[in-house]
Every structure is written in structure tokens, then in C-alpha cells.
Design a protein around this ligand. Structure first.
Ligand code: 3HC
Length: 286
């Protein structure tokens, strides 16, 4: 019998972690959010509060529900405070060693029947799980950016993931209003396996066809029905994050289309990382 997921730990409260925490509290679940500093934790809570306030202003949420959701957020800088969580979703920096260290520590801290999930976008869930003594209770839960707006969550199993854990992660994603899909641990899982080389092709076509980012974005929005253009999307995801995912897929699959286009690498070297730095393909005010 699967343990009911009442309290969720979120490790790392950057864009993805804060978004995942927002999804959970909006879905009625208690969250303990862990960041390396109190300041970063506060910043994430403010971000969640801001989006929930916007929802109230737009008449999509009652003020009382907003306050109740914010009341379900608890912040900490101590991993030990996640000890009572039924599910911990890790959304830390995309570095295998960092994630393996975190999982080894979480494994020692949480209850025996707790589930450990990683939001990695391109690393191996199997390698992360191998850092624990409970690989059967480790699963991938890959949310998409921006997590509160994107319906999809990929539920990723390794060869060792227990059926009950896989099903519990799937059911939890549904419970908090998401549309989960099931897949096995392979490089890029489902969507990034297709989307990363496609976005890389988009960047290469900028130089090949000498098309501007504006026109390429118009082309993909109005000719292929994308909700936002590829240049806007890479700016949203973060050019460094996209390069990192491309490199991980290239290392695993050795397909030239997976390798980050030199134009993107040069942009990252120049500090043009997209929305978060105020400029990428476009410039941003906020
Ligand atoms: N972030 C942003 N907005 C949020 C939010 C959050 N965390 N939470 C709530 N919101 C609210 C905002 O308040 C905003 O309302 P406001 O502007 O009135 O304040 C509202 O949501 C946004 O609504 P919009 O009307 O701007 O939404 P759109 O209809 O324009 O859709 C979109 C936005 C859903 C982002 C759409 O453009 C889209 O689908 N884009 C594609 C995104 C995509 O492909 N993401 C996947 C990236 S790949 C990935 O994540 C994989 C990873 O591994 C790299």
C-alpha cells in the first residue's frame, strides 16, 4: 500500500524549484523548501507570492486560497528539516556530483518509505539513484519551465524503480493538477530528446539562412504553431541551461545535432544567458 504523500521537500528553489513548490502548495500539499541561504529561500517565496497575487488580481484565485497556499510553504537551509517528508523533489544545480551527494545525504535523512525524485532534465536518473541505498525508491519527475504553467511532468523510471514508487509519483503529479507521462531513463527522456536538437537546429538556421531571431520566432509561431519562438524559448530556459543539456545529450548519444551550436556557446561566454541576465537573443527590462 503506497504511503500517502502529505509533505513534500523541494531541494533548490531556483526557477524550477520555486515553480515546483508553487505547484505543490497550489495543489494543497505542505512544502518544505530547502535553499543554501535564507535569502535565496525568501526570494523564491516572494516569487511564489507574486504569482499567486497575480492570480487573485486576475480573479483566478480567492485571496483566502492564496493565503492558505502561502501558509503551506516552509523554508529551511537545513536538509535535515526534510526528514519528515514523504516525497523529496530535488531541483538543484544540474551537476551529477552535486546531485549524487545530495541524494546520498537525503537517503540517510528521510524515512525508509519516502520517495526521492530528481527534476534533472538531461542527467541519468540511474546514476543519481546509485548514490543511495534505496535505488528502488528513486524516480525522475521532470517538470517543464515555467513549472506552474506547463502541464507536463515526465515520470522517469530506472531499471530498479519499484512499480509502487513509479505509480505514486505519477499519481502525485496528477493530484497537483499536472499531466504526467511515463517513460524509462534514457538521455533527454522524451521531450528534451526531441526538443534540444530541434532548438539547436533553430539556432543553426539563424546563420545558415541569415534570418533574424525575430523572423525565426515569427516563422515557428505562425508556421509551426509554437506558443513561443525558439529564440524566446531558449532565452526563457536560460542559454547556459540549454547548453548544459545539449552537452549532456551529446556526451550520451554522440549525435552532432545534440552538440550546442557555437553561436550559443559564444553568447554564454559573453554572459548573455537570456531573461535571467536581462539579455540573450532579446533584451529584457525586468
Ligand atoms: N512563471 C511565469 N508566469 C507565471 C508563473 C511562473 N512561475 N506562475 C504563474 N504565472 C502567471 C503569470 O502571473 C502570468 O500572468 P501575468 O502576466 O498577468 O502576471 C501568466 O502566468 C502567464 O500567462 P501568459 O498569458 O503570459 O501565458 P501565455 O499564454 O503567454 O503562455 C507559456 C506562457 C505557457 C510560457 C507559453 O508561452 C508556452 O507554452 N511557452 C512554451 C514554453 C515551453 O516550451 N517550455 C518548455 C521549455 S523546455 C524545458 O523546460 C525542459 C527543461 O529541461 C530545460
Amino acid at each position: 500500500m503506497a504511503r500517502e504523500i502529505r509533505k513534500v521537500g523541494v531541494v533548490g528553489l531556483g526557477t524550477m524549484g520555486a515553480g515546483i513548490a508553487q505547484v505543490c502548495v497550489q495543489g494543497g500539499v505542505e512544502v518544505v523548501g530547502c535553499e543554501v541561504s535564507a535569502e535565496l529561500g525568501e526570494r523564491a517565496a516572494e516569487r511564489i507570492g507574486h504569482f499567486l497575487t497575480r492570480a487573485v488580481e486576475k480573479g483566478r484565485m480567492e485571496q483566502a486560497d492564496r493565503d492558505a497556499a502561502m501558509g503551506r510553504v516552509r523554508l529551511t537551509t537545513e536538509l535535515g528539516d526534510l526528514a519528515g517528508c514523504d516525497l523529496v523533489i530535488e531541483a538543484a544545480f544540474e551537476d551529477l556530483d552535486v546531485k549524487r551527494e545530495l541524494f546520498a545525504e537525503l537517503d540517510r535523512l528521510v524515512g525508509d518509505d519516502a520517495i526521492l525524485a530528481t527534476n534533472t532534465s538531461a542527467l541519468s536518473v540511474t546514476e543519481i539513484a546509485a548514490a543511495t541505498e534505496r535505488p528502488e525508491r528513486v524516480v525522475g519527475m521532470h517538470f517543464f519551465n515555467p513549472a506552474p504553467l506547463m502541464a507536463l511532468v515526465e515520470i522517469v523510471r530506472t531499471e530498479l524503480t519499484a512499480d509502487e514508487v513509479f505509480d505514486a509519483a505519477y499519481a502525485f503529479a496528477e493530484r497537483v493538477g499536472k499531466t504526467p507521462i511515463r517513460c524509462h531513463d534514457t538521455p533527454g527522456f522524451v521531450v528534451n530528446r526531441v526538443l534540444i536538437p530541434l532548438l539547436n537546429d533553430c539556432v543553426r538556421v539563424l546563420d545558415e539562412a541569415r534570418v533574424t531571431p525575430e523572423d525565426l520566432d515569427k516563422g515557428m509561431k505562425h508556421g509551426a504553431g509554437w506558443p513561443m519562438g525558439p529564440c524566446e524559448l531558449v532565452d526563457l530556459v536560460g542559454i547556459d541551461i540549454h547548453i548544459h543539456a545539449s552537452e549532456a545529450l551529446y556526451a550520451a548519444l554522440r549525435e552532432p545535432r545534440m552538440a550546442p551550436p557555437p553561436r550559443l556557446v559564444r553568447m554564454a561566454q559573453a554572459g548573455l544567458l537570456g531573461r535571467k541576465t536581462g539579455s540573450g537573443f532579446y533584451t529584457y527590462d525586468e
